[in-house]
Ligand binder design. Structure first.
Ligand code: TYM
Length: 368
């Protein structure tokens, strides 16, 4: 039943161990001795990164990189961006933009592995193998699939349906434990755990850890847009999104024009979504005293939205401007971007090869 030959030497990512004898052949024969936990996450290069990407995910990549508990793999999900139509020349520039944003945010190629998904052929190999364990019915129920087929009625392709399988392959190819992502990715992580568990149980091994979505605070982050929507999104209208390369005057304009209502008429009421969104954005970039001041002003009906927006605009500019400068500086150094991705690709392939080698053995894809 166990697709693992006896007395075979197995390499984990961090250790060499021997799977010796009957006793260790039962479930649990892949102990992970590693002191460090593996962290994997990625971003689709479908647009310039925005504040939601930064606060929900990329900021945590950087924090985890500097945490001795973790070994990080951060990639650009270029295959995933092909599930919706794209222009090749745009893809090229957005891949560079995304890499520059990672580096500008503080990711350090000396400390973590930064790479392109399409530079690691073991990912599509694992994706193919996991597709044999993924059921059409469960894939059709995924919320993002249902959303996407409404948005792209003319392009309901198999890549969209199997998007969560590719995402699972991205994550478990390095046998990850933690995945720093925003709240919108929660269901995809649940699917990843299902595929990891299903693989382990089908082949009666404890090979893949069950990775969890991660944020340093208890809750995963969902940054709202400026249009009253609950999620800032690359596919939303340009005016509702703060991009990391937006110039100061653009940020100011977007915020000053953001949606508000006519103001509270009774004390101590709950703000409507569009006003709550402004408070939430302030909580991310302003001092707590400023947020408390405007919350109180809302409660006692003395609030002036114009003042609150001016405060948010100036705090947002102070937050974004240094990132924008670093992105532009980094983008100007193409040779450096190329080197980072090349070296990262090599390291990622090395780790991925070990997993695929073991997966092939476990599945019986080792004939001689
Ligand atoms: P993507 O490219 O849409 O977004 C990249 C990251 O940004 C987070 N995010 C947000 N967080 C908080 N508030 C928001 N408004 C907001 N908008 C985006 C996302 O949660 C994500 O963490 N499927 C993924 C890419 C991917 C991936 C992976 C991620 C492919 N393979 C493996 C992790 C591990 C996606 O489309 O993210």
């Amino acid at each position: 039943m166990v697709g693992v030959p006896n007395s075979t030497r197995y390499l984990t990512h961090h250790n060499t161990f021997y799977n010796s004898g009957e006793g260790s052949r039962k479930k649990g024969s892949f102990p992970i001795f590693a002191a460090m936990q593996v962290v994997v996450s990625g971003t689709r290069p479908t647009g310039v990164l925005h504040l939601g990407n930064y606060l929900g995910a990329v900021r945590n990549y950087v924090r985890m990189q500097d945490d001795a508990a973790y070994e990080g793999y951060f990639f650009i999900a270029d295959y995933h961006s092909l599930t919706t139509h794209h222009q090749p020349h745009e893809l090229r520039s957005l891949v560079k933009q995304t890499t520059a944003a990672y580096l500008a945010a503080g990711l350090d190629p000396e400390k973590v592995t930064i790479y392109l998904q399409s530079d690691v052929p073991q990912i599509p190999e694992l994706y193919l193998l996991l597709n044999m364990l993924a059921y059409k019915g469960e894939l059709e129920k995924v919320a993002t699939f249902k959303e996407k087929i409404k948005q792209h009625k003319e392009n309901i392709n198999a890549g969209l349906l199997t998007y969560p399988v590719l995402m699972a392959a991205d994550i478990i190819i390095h046998r990850a434990h933690k995945v720093p992502v925003g709240k919108d990715q929660e269901q995809h992580l649940e699917m990843t755990r299902n595929f990891a568990k299903r693989f382990n149980s089908r082949y009666d091994v404890d090979f893949f850890p069950e990775p969890v979505a991660f944020n340093y605070d208890a809750e995963l982050v969902k940054v709202p847009g400026l249009d009253g929507g609950t999620k800032m999104s690359k596919s939303g209208s340009v005016s509702s999104v703060i991009f990391l390369d937006d110039p100061d005057d653009v940020i100011r304009k977007k915020i000053m024009r953001s949606k508000t209502d006519s103001g509270p008429t009774e004390p101590n009421t709950t703000p409507p979504q569009e006003i709550e969104n402004i408070f939430v954005l302030m909580e991310h970039v302003s001092d707590t005293s400023a947020v408390a001041h405007y919350r109180k002003a809302y409660s006692d009906c003395s609030i002036r939205y114009g003042d609150m927006k001016k405060q948010l605009a100036e705090d947002m500019i102070a937050f974004i401007a240094p990132l924008r400068h670093r992105i532009n500086e980094t983008l100007a150094n193409e040779a450096y971007l190329e080197r980072v991705l090349q070296e990262g690709g090599e390291k990622a392939r090395e780790s991925a090869k070990k997993t695929i080698h073991e997966v092939r053995n476990i599945m019986g894809l080792n004939y001689f």
